[in-house]
Write a protein that binds this ligand. Structure first.
Ligand code: NAP
Ligand code: ZN
Length: 355
């Protein structure tokens, strides 16, 4: 076992605090990684506060990990000590079901192992995530990072916010000539804007925060709509090929479904703690519109996304924070006051501060 330091929630209602724990010795297929940066996803907050139910404590969140390889198991050939690597939302899966065979490990029919608050495949131990100094991960779930070293903090959010936006944009074949809406300018949404623009689409960003309009244009949106203003929404009715909805709270889906043209699709990636009000059937029926969902992305597609971003210089817009700032960051996230992803600088995690 190796001794790890991190930050953990011990209940749904108490702040995250320093926490020491053990990680396994790297097995023959494992890679040990010293964590440099870890992004702060809204899913971390949902989980730490048990908003989705079933949280296991102590809970060490964090699934947007960039770090340096320190050890590799005897059977590992793809990674070597000193490599810069990433780990996203998954650290394992059954690796034998149809979904895993298709590279869709996120839909593993036997249940993938999430990076935190999830069950190891064999031991069924609870996983502990990236708000920590190091992690040990099966080599098939380690990603190669080719961005320049000075961008590594801004690369971390690609491991969840990036792939969760990229995968549905690819699945619904977003490209030139398409009018694409992104709903919500947070961590996922700002990556959605950058990626859809890079794919050549006409991008319209929907926000409830009028102070984000200029940023959205800078990030790549051609148009920005304040979604709480019906006069701004109305001209866009029946005009979208595809809408990616990243909002972390329940809201009226009909307001966006009515903006789809015939056969258009709105895909939900936002995962609110309580359900959205049901959309009206007529809104879907009359234009054969589709309402869909999408979960992160597979490992091969995550590598494809990282390479796509590296080739185009795409990274996240980040605000670095010390590990001790995590509880304040959660409060700001709840106020939609994030531009546009907090990333923990793991060098601020002092072993001496752990208990
Ligand atoms: P985030 O940074 O907090 O961004 C969410 C954005 O939604 C906010 O910035 C805000 O944008 C908008 N919003 C928040 N509350 C709202 C409300 N009451 N009404 C309307 N808009 C509201 O969160 P995130 O990290 O991007 O995550 C977004 C959601 O996706 C979370 O539920 C997260 O758990 C989920 N998620 C899903 C997957 C997946 O695989 N499907 C993966 C990762 C995360 P504006 O200020 O622009 O309105
Ligand atoms: Zn996430």
């Amino acid at each position: 076992m190796t001794h790890a330091h991190g930050y953990a929630a011990h209940s749904a209602t108490t702040p995250l605090v320093p926490f020491s724990f053990e990680r396994r010795e790297p097995g023959e297929h494992d890679v040990a990684i010293d964590i440099l940066h870890c992004g702060v996803c809204h899913s971390d907050l949902h989980t730490a506060r048990n908003e989705w139910g079933g949280a296991v404590y102590p809970c060490v969140p964090g699934h947007e990990i960039v770090g340096t390889v320190t050890r590799v198991g005897a059977a590992v050939t793809a990674f070597a000590v000193g490599d810069t690597v990433g780990v996203g939302c998954m650290v394992d899966s059954c690796q034998r079901c149809d979904s895993c065979a298709e590279g869709l490990e996120q839909y593993c029919e036997n249940g993938f192992t999430g990076t935190y608050d999830s069950k190891e495949q064999v031991s069924r131990a609870n996983t502990l995530g990236g708000y920590s100094d190091h992690i040990v991960v099966n080599d098939k779930f380690v990603l190669r990072i080719t961005h320049p070293p000075e961008q590594l903090a801004a690369v971390a959010p690609l491991l969840c916010a990036g792939i969760t936006s990229y995968s549905p944009l690819r699945e619904w074949k977003v490209g030139p000539g398409m009018k694409v809406g992104i709903v919500g300018l947070g961590g996922l949404g700002h990556m959605g804007v950058k990626l859809a623009a890079a794919m050549g689409a006409h991008v319209v960003l929907f926000t409830t925060s009028p102070n984000k309009v200029e940023d959205a244009k800078r990030l790549g949106a051609t148009e920005v709509v304040v979604s709480t203003n019906p006069a701004e929404m109305k001209p866009h009715r029946n005009s979208f090929d595809f809408i990616l909805n990243t909002v972390a709270a329940p809201h009226n889906l009909d307001a966006f479904l009515s903006l789809l043209k015939r056969d258009g699709t709105m895909t939900l990636v936002g995962a609110p703690a309580t359900p959205h009000p049901s959309p009206g059937a007529f809104n879907l029926i009359f234009k054969r519109r589709r309402l869909a969902g999408s979960l992160i992305g597979g490992i091969a597609e995550t590598q494809e996304m990282l390479d796509f971003c590296a080739q185009r210089g795409i990274v996240s817009d980040v605000e670095p924070i010390p590990m001790s700032g995590i509880n304040d960051a959660y409060e700001r996230m709840l106020r939609s006051d994030v531009k546009y992803r907090f990333v923990v600088d793991m060098s601020t995690l002092q072993p001496s501060s752990s208990s």
